[in-house]
Each structure stands twice: as C-alpha cells, then as structure tokens.
Design a protein around this ligand. Structure first.
Ligand SMILES: Cc1ncc(COP(=O)(O)O)c(C=O)c1O
Length: 341
C-alpha cells in the first residue's frame, strides 16, 4: 500500500534522478572550497535568486539563524512578525546564537502595518538597542503570499534607515509560482534570503542563503562557527541542483491539488475551510470535534496508510507535496468518509 503523507512538504522522498546524481556526484572538502558540486549549486542558486553569492546550509532554521548572526551584533534588536517561523519554531535561536532581542510586530500573514513598523525602528538614544535587522517571510507559513508592493515598501523603508532586510523564503518558489514571477523579482526587495531545497522542491536536505559576496563570505565563517562546515556535502548538493533547476515548475501542481482538496474538505459536515489562506500548497480548516473527532480521524487515516497531523491551536493543516498525485486527494477524501461513517 502506498503511504500518503499530508503532514508537510518536508516529508517527500528524493526522486530517482536525485538519488542517481547523489551517487555519482564529484565531491571534495567543502571547508577548503574544494567541492565542485556544491560550488556549482551555490553559483546556480546565486544566479536564480538574483544575488552575488550563495551558501549551502543544512536546514532552513540554520539559514535564518546564520543570517541573523551575520547581520547583527550582540544586543541588537531584530524586527520580525509575531507569527514568523523565526519566532515560533526556531527554539529561540536568535537570542541564544546571536544574542539579539526580538521585537515582534503584528502581521496579517506576513504583511506589516507600515506605521507600526516605522514606530518600531529605534532612533538614537542612550537607552535603546540598535535595530540590526528587519525580517520578512514569503510565502508566509500561514498559507499566504506577501505581495511584491509590500515587500518593496518594507525594503525601501529599511534602506532609508540603513537597516538590512532578511527574507525567510523557505517557500520562496511557492510564492513566485503564486505571483507568476521569477524568484529574483521577489528577492530584489531583500538583502539576504533563505530558501529551502527540502520542502516543495523535494531535496532530502539543505537550504540556500543568498546575498552579496561580502555577506556570504562572512556567513561562510559564521556557518563554521555554528558547526555547519560540511565536508563532501556535494552528495547532498547534487540533489539540491536538481531541486532548484528542475522541481520549481511543478509547485503549481501542489497548489492546484491543494485547491481541489480545499473544495472537497469544505463538503464535510462541521468543517470550515479557510478559503482566504489559499495561495500555496496548504489547506487550513477548523472542524467541530463532534463531526470530525481529531483522534479518530488521525488514527483511522493512519490505519489506511494516510498520515495527517492533528489540529494545532484548534486548526488542521493538510499539505500537498510532490509525492501526492491528484488522484490521491480522492483516496484521502474516501478514507475520511469511511473513518467518519
Ligand atoms: C517559513 C519557514 N521558515 C523556516 C523553516 C525551517 O526549515 P527547516 O525545517 O529546514 O529548519 C520552515 C520549516 O518548515 C518554514 O516553514
């Protein structure tokens, strides 16, 4: 029985082509700069992301944290959305690793109130920390894409105040697919970006950080400090090259499948699908325990070879990914009907 996994887009298996490329990748010691496959991935990524240079890092969390560490000095303040991955899901890394204070800002799924943002930027005062960085997230983990005009407005405000902007673009290519633009049209409005290879793009491991050459040179040293200097990492980079060159165009299939799933979920009794947060490959819904008992749903689906996470904060999230075909949506829906009967 094929297992279907709707828990995330991180759960995908590497493609056969990725596995072959990994097996035959030319490699060398990347701490010496000697890994030709990683060098190729970094050059390619920089070009695709419209930046001078790029750096391979083990994960999206690592990419964000090494970027914060590289941009800031201890005691700085960083401005970041209250609901950002950097705030919720990175174990307080900004405080632990960089020694910075996090100043959070209300957001509408990644969109800031410009007045509120302006007011958070510190002026000169003996009591104040320096504002060292403004962070954005696009696509936002809440399932929406931040429009280009808003990215531009934040970037211009930051530039005017001499503050760098870091973009958590774990799902940057999903945002680009939704907006119908090239990734670099989004990244023109940030100084640095972190992009995950191991989510919708299907690579087993890794993220890319991109920025100007000086930043990336310093980030390479900070990556070493954080224990992320990897040796023959071209084995991983080989899959990354396929991810970033061949897997981007198929993200719209995940978005379309999520659209089908949204419609079908909305037909279940007691289920309210959030049709507003529908830009990418995520389906969010609330459901009454009476009509949609969470423990029974999770266990019943698992018995039928389908993995889903239970609700978090009262909300369910089903995620489509490269290992979910359109017909698998019906398999999920039919299994749900059986479980709920
Ligand atoms: C928006 C966002 N940023 C960063 C990350 C971190 O990526 P990783 O799980 O590779 O550390 C994730 C992971 O889900 C994410 O959704």
């Amino acid at each position: 029985m094929k297992t279907l996994d709707f828990r995330s887009d991180t759960v995908t298996q590497p493609t056969a082509k990725m596995r072959q490329a990994m097996a035959s990748a030319p490699v060398g010691d990347d701490v010496y700069g000697d890994d030709p496959t990683l060098n190729e991935l970094e050059e390619l990524s920089a070009k695709i992301l419209g930046k001078e240079a790029a750096l391979f890092v083990p994960s999206g969390t690592f990419g964000n944290q090494v970027s914060i560490l590289t941009h800031t000095k201890r005691g700085d303040e960083i401005i970041v959305g209250f609901d950002a991955h950097i705030v919720w899901h990175e174990v307080g890394g900004a405080a632990v690793i960089s020694g910075v204070q996090t100043r959070t800002l209300n957001t509408d799924y990644g969109i800031y109130d410009m007045e509120a943002l302006k007011n958070l930027i510190r002026g000169e005062d003996i009591h104040y920390p320096d504002t060292g960085l403004i962070c954005m997230e696009n696509a936002h983990g809440g399932g929406k894409v931040v429009p280009l005009e808003h990215m531009k407005a934040v970037y211009e405000l930051a530039k005017g105040r001499g503050i760098p902007v870091h973009l958590d673009g774990a799902r940057l290519f999903n945002a680009a697919a939704y907006l119908g633009v090239e990734a670099r049209e989004i990244t023109q409005y940030c100084d640095t970006v972190n992009v995950c290879l191991s989510k919708g793009l299907g690579a087993p491991v890794g993220s890319m950080v991109a920025g100007d050459s000086r930043f990336i040179e310093k980030a390479r040293k900070m990556r070493k400090l954080m224990g992320g200097g990897m040796r023959q990492a071209g084995i991983l980079g080989a899959a990354g090259i396929i991810a970033i060159t061949e897997m981007v165009d198929r993200l719209k299939e995940d978005h379309a499948n999520a659209g089908i799933l949204r419609e079908k979920m909305a037909a279940f009794k007691g289920v309210q699908v959030d049709m507003d947060r529908s830009h990418i490959n995520m389906v969010f819904f609330k459901a009454s325990e009476e009509d949609f008992p969470s423990d029974r749903v999770v266990a019943g689906l698992l018995e039928r070879g389908i993995k889903v996470n239970g609700p978090e904060g009262g909300e369910w999230r089903f995620v489509t990914n490269k290992d979910i075909e359109t017909e698998d949506i019906d398999t999920l829906v039919n299994a749900l009907k059986e479980v709920l009967e």
